[in-house]
Design a protein around this ligand. Structure first.
Ligand SMILES: Nc1ncnc2c1ncn2[C@@H]1O[C@H](COP(=O)(O)OP(=O)(O)O)[C@@H](O)[C@H]1O
Ligand SMILES: [Mg+2]
Length: 253
């Protein structure tokens, strides 16, 4: 089981949208995928509620066994739901939380999944750090707005720090999301970022498209939204999934 964390301490940049779409896409490729929602806002849990496994995310931090497969409604796609217990994590030490989470992930690895996608909260908190300590890959959606860009250095530093403790962690890069092709500021910011981080800016970006918000609200991937405008969005999301899964060396069995 390969573990992919979607992380950026800034909110509203497309983390949940990216995580949910990679989950749907991998499931359709025939992979067995589990989505862990570590954000107390529970946006990903809302979109994926049909796939709820009955296991709650905070149980990954309390040392007990996790048994996901038995509860799954749809074989091959399981949601580990966000719950209010996640709010208590910030009172745990990172060492304690990291250790408990890693043990739970080792347990999860025995349960037949090919891929685990972890969606995280918009903060550089204990949950994100614990997830990064266990992960193989991290992907960061970014927005091309000034406030979002100011946070990128911090995020890259946080990932670099974790890599000293978890050297297997690979940073897949930053995906420009909610990109408005008619907004010259977005174009400028993208050029600046490409110059500053030539290796880290993923070449497939996701446009600002209302069909993506429609899809998330309806609990389906954007390629199931029957509007002409959704086609472009679907193409972009599929291209991103292709690139990410290629980098992760994931292929359908
Ligand atoms: N590419 C996009 N185009 C338009 N709206 C989007 C896009 N991606 C996400 N959204 C919307 O923007 C908001 C924030 O996206 P979300 O994925 O929840 O970000 P995060 O998880 O980083 O907070 C949500 O309301 C979502 O529906
Ligand atoms: Mg989110």
């Amino acid at each position: 089981m390969k573990i992919l964390v979607i992380g950026n301490q800034k909110g509203g940049v497309g983390k949940t949208s990216t995580g949910v779409h990679l989950t749907f896409d991998s499931f359709e490729r025939g992979l067995k995928v589990v989505f862990i929602d570590l954000d107390t806002q529970g946006n990903g849990s809302h979109t994926l509620k049909k796939y709820a496994s009955g296991v709650f995310a905070s149980s990954f931090f309390n040392g007990g066994p996790v048994n996901v497969v038995n509860g799954a409604e749809t074989p091959g796609l399981a949601l580990i739901e966000s719950d209010s217990g996640l709010a208590n994590l910030e009172s745990m030490s990172l060492a304690e939380a990291g250790k408990a989470f890693r043990a739970a992930m080792d347990n999860l690895k025995q349960q037949g999944f090919d891929l685990c996608v972890i969606d995280t909260a918009p903060s550089l908190g204990v949950a994100l750090a614990a997830a990064l300590y266990s992960a193989d890959y991290v992907l960061s959606p970014i927005e091309l707005e000034a406030y979002s860009i100011q946070g990128i250095k911090k995020m890259n530093a946080a990932i670099a720090n974790v890599r000293r403790v978890n050297p297997k962690l690979k940073f897949l890069g930053m995906v420009p999301s909610k990109v408005d092709s008619r907004n010259p500021r977005h174009g400028r910011h993208l050029e600046q970022l490409q110059a500053a981080y030539p290796q880290l800016i993923i070449p497939t970006s996701i446009g600002l498209r209302s069909s993506i918000a429609d899809a998330l609200a309806s609990g389906v991937p954007v390629w199931e939204i029957k509007k002409t405008a959704a086609r472009k969005a679907a193409k972009e999301v599929r291209a991103l999934a292709d690139l990410v899964f290629k980098k992760m060396e994931i292929t359908a069995s």
